[in-house]
Design a protein around this ligand. Sequence first.
Ligand SMILES: *Cc1c(COP(=O)(O)O)cnc(C)c1O
Length: 374
Amino acid sequence: MNKIPPFDASQQYQQIGDRLNKAALEVLASGQYIGGQTVSQFETEFANYIGSAIDSNFGIACNSGTDALYLAMRALDIGEGDEVITSPFTFFASAETISMTGAKPVFVDIEAHSFNMNIELIEAAITSRTKAIMPVHLFGRSADMTGLMAIAQKHNLYVIEDCAQATGATFDGQKVGNIGDVGCFSFYPTKNLGGCGDGGMMTTKNAEVANKLRILREHGSPKRYYHECIGMNSRLDALQAALLQVKLPYLDKWNAQRREISDRYTHLLKDANISHLVSPHHCSGSVWNQYTVCIGDGKRDYVQAQLREQNIITMIYYPLPLHLQSVYSNLGYKKGDFPVTEYICDRVLSLPMFPELSDEQQDRVVDTLKNILK
Ligand SMILES: *Cc1c(COP(=O)(O)O)cnc(C)c1O
């Protein structure tokens, strides 16, 4: 049996390889490898995609989604003595970047049916030190931004959106990354808009914040060799910008294909012995970076191993919540603090999901899974 991978980055190259080759060769011949027109064009195109041309949205490219989060908080003057509220059920970078600024991550439990932060629990976590909330639009699905923005406004907090897994996702018709103060995106190859290496982007409607972000990503330097703050070297290569520029016009099509695949999974798995599926009515604007099911009774790892025997590769995002990571033992959390997150971490299994996944492949995943669960 052929292998069914969780994600297949080479498929996009098979579709549009000629265009990618041409764009890459143009950059190679141009001699302009850092900065320049290709990068600024891509920044404008991406900002227009997330906002709209009339919105005067700014796009500031950087080296990764991780850097985007870090730089966003630096631009908002978040640091030592501050607290930032985020989800314990996310990739480590969400909390790691809070710590990198010197601030303290404060976690809030998630809702089982959306895997995102439970808005009703946020207010209890706010203290006089809280500076910002960082919602994570996990697996492609937006957090409840209406509820979250209302809390942020009431308490005068910044909102930094972790959009790494949700490029193109919407909440109430509005693209994520265009709702809070800064939207942070990743172009890691497995994300919805994936480059051929590392890359990231920040979006904001605030011209002053945009300017700070540009300075911070380039050694705190508004003008070459003049430095007004401690920044870093976090630029998007011209080569990556050129490749992403080719890919951006295909993003909506690829996201629509992901949506079809997820609908088909939901339909085919209706009568499977799966303890819990994310309720589809919470997913209308999702771009399905992952399709994640929950398998109870302590059987998840067994099911994953059995699927692997049949050459079907699944992933566990994420096995250990952030509040229980050894590096954060100093934050004083303990097992039992976030029961929904801990319950979910023991059960989640992400099935193969990429726009080119064929019906035959999907049928094999579903049939094999159902057989194992029988
Ligand atoms: C991938 C990811 C990041 C980090 O992005 P990189 O480009 O890999 O640095 C941050 N947050 C979440 C939720 C992610 O999935």
